[in-house]
Design a protein around this ligand. Sequence first.
Ligand code: BG6
Length: 511
Amino acid sequence: MTGSNPFQDPIRFQRRVRPCALVIFGANGDLTKRKLIPALYRLAFERRLPPGFSVIGNSRTAMPHETFREKMKEATRQFSEDTEFVDSIWDDFAQGLFYESGDLRDPACYAAIGHRLSEIERTRHSGGNVLFYLSTQPSHYTAVIDGLGGAGLHQGNGWRRVVVEKPFGHDLSSARELDDRIHQVFSEDEVYRIDHYLGKETVQNILAFRFGNGIFEPLWNRGYISNVQITAAESIGVEGRGAYYQEAGALRDMIQNHLLQIMATVAMEPPAVFESNAVRNERAKLLGSIRVLRPEEVAANAVAGQYGPAGVGGQQLAGFRQEEGVRPQANTDTYAAVTFFVDNWRWAGVPFYIRSGKRLAKRVTDIAIHFNDAPHSPFDAAGMDPGAFGSRPNLLILRVQPEEGISLRFLSKQPGSGMTLRPVSMDFKYGSSFGVRSPAAYETLLVDALTGDATLYTRQDMVEASWRAVTPILDAWTATKFDFPNYTAGSWGPAASEAMLNRRGHSWRTP
Ligand code: BG6
């Protein structure tokens, strides 16, 4: 019962998908079972998928359709934490699940998929509309693109689109190369580069918060903001992805994409309309205004860390170098913190501190906007010490996850005689205000790609600007032999990270 609160009507604002089919390359992988299929099941549960909606999974391992359906059923039961598993809904959805094994370098693989797509068009009325999803190892992306082009599957009776999972290249030149290859087959409006952080409700809400209200935007600049801190901390380690992660590292895995996209959303100029290219133009402009560090500036503005073993809560946690698939001398950053500056009128001189790491003290992603202190405090004499309360006032916190919401921290008089002040907080919590479940990022982004809305997808100019911003750091770190490990699992990262902020008179807020 949703009552009279329109915010609690889960269906009212939702878009539905028109007839189409989805082809997933890498269907045997983690992303398919943990995120994609559970997200599609949720959409089926909400009746947002069209009748006849079909999915073709592809990977190397041969298996009958029925085995694929069973595997996906198990995965959906396991990974759909907040959605009831209803057999009849699953059975209906699973009738549209197909599987075509094949080697991505073999034209026969695409011929089989093409054949299956034609049959789906005829019998399940997909209208010839197809979304291809690249969820394989990145080194296979170009083979898939070439294979699709070679078999003519990039064209058909309906629309054709392709979603490309991150990482989009491993540096600037490989990102450009990949883009060139994709454009030999697909046009730009058919390419959807996914960054799942942009699909998170709270990241989207940054735009609503900033540009739907008149209160905050006048303060949203160098005149009032002293620094911005963006934290994406994870308590988990590399979870069986050691081999991938030791080549990637935190800077590539989280900062180059997710956190720079968040930073762009926090700092971009208002778009005139909420339309795909208008929004993306502003994000792109912001990313293009990030100052690219000179090699000699890297040491003072970027900190790398790697976790060592520790006993946390009675549990013995392995250090990164002891994780499966990781070389004993791996020089990988499992923690990265960077000070970025935006060279434009709004932000000149304001540091954006960004950090991310594995095996940190807790899982939290948030953005803290630190406003300037009052220019003069008449209360100083009362011995007010905001630091004594563990958190500063003049602070706006946008909490991305968990416990999504927004808090404003300010000083208030403590009840009683005398003028003692202490920080208090005014809180908005998604859960209690809206009372409905927030869709998972992949639900939002799949619907967007299936309905042709690219607003929350990145563009090549954004990808390149982000690579440009991190390249000097990657170059410097590749040439450095770090004295790792330099933080223990379960801590807040290396001491050098705090020192980086202290040099500018700031310090990390503990989220
Ligand atoms: C992925 C990274 O892109 O994002 C992972 O490759 C990371 O290393 C994950 O754990 C975090 O996503 P989320 O949605 O759980 O915050």
